[in-house]
Ligand binder design. Sequence first.
Ligand code: AMP
Length: 438
Amino acid sequence: MAKSEIVRAIKGMNDIVPFAPENFLDSKIWQKIVHAAEETFEAYGYRFVRLPVVEDTQLFIRGVGSETDIVSKEMYSFEDRGGRRLTLRPEGTAGAVRAYVEHSYFHHQPVQRWWYLGPMFRAERPQKGRYRQFYQIGVEFFGVDSVASDVEILCTLNRFFQALKLDTLTLRINSLGDEKSRQNYEATLCVFFDKIKKDFPDDLHDRMKNNPLRFLDSKVFRQSGHADSAPDMIDSLSEDARTRFDGVLSGLNRVGIPFKRDPTLVRGLDYYSHTVFEFSTQDLGAQDAIGGGGRYDQLVSELGGPATPAIGFAAGIERLALLLAAQEEQDKAFELCILPMEGYAQEAIILAESIRDVGDIKIEVDLTGLRLKAMFKRADKIGARLAMVVGEDEIAHKRSTIRDLSQRDAEQEVALDARLIHDVARDMLDGRMGSDES
Ligand code: AMP
């Protein structure tokens, strides 16, 4: 690479930056999502965990399953200098379970509610809503196997989406039942696939036979016209599994969370059992899955711990951000820009400090040193709603004027007093224009 050539980010890996040209990668939208997650999950007793991005490759082979697309085709794996096989995590649950087992939570506090967020890596073909480094927000709830834990996690997620005002998502839900139900279902599916296999290319026949659940979940099958006539998992559930699933559905009805039962929803990973679910949208085209999860009651023991029930969920932040960016105008980054005339930057900073002491208005003091007209232009460009000048005249008369940049001629004179400036600015931001404050 020539020295003068710029170095670019890796394909499928995005920068999350202020004023991003692609609105959904704007850090402001991301902070909003993270904030809503933190507020909601903490309100349900979830605690934050931050886990390594790199794990032993074996963790995913054992945890997610060597036959899954994620593990067989999409992992970023490498050998480190010590010859260890390592992988950039493609999902969060396996690492969370590893940590749960490694720190022996099952001994002292088996019931744990954890939430996390961070980058995941999958070598998929990038397109809108699908990236090679993407971010997930997820929750894992260990140690409880009751129907109530399924219903509670769905309440938590529903509230998270409500906090983001995403009210057009569809919740689809299914049950994979226990081991016995799954075997029943696989046998039934094999009979069904055998009848229709002539409609699919020969190279898929092995997969239809050896991994019928995965084939049921594939795009080829979903789009084949046979999807509607596939046998319903519910008819293969053991009695216990059926009673459990009915309990979850009636729990959802009781808490008023709408859902659609989707007999073809199996999710791509090996570790799920009983309840599986997905939230999807009609607003994002092909990448319509916003988040999904389910029970994984065997995973803790498969990764070396004692049998411990668990349920979890993960949502992609990029897709949430795409939805939010498409919603109406976002909150402005700064509510008030203070524009100091030459030589008055210190005064402006001191004034801004005392306004911040009084309340929660987001203020940027313009320290560019530009001329006044250029500062006004910039304030508008960076998304400030209000602007106020501080200079010789303002200090001498102890007064200034707050201008609303979104409405021509909308302005209010105000004394240079932190409390008054705060109150007038807040009124203007909330659309309440008083006559005269002082
Ligand atoms: P999964 O673990 O595959 O169920 O993914 C959970 C959520 O992560 C999905 O519903 C998406 O929102 C998001 N997600 C998965 N893969 C990608 C990707 N390659 N790019 C962006 N988001 C993704």
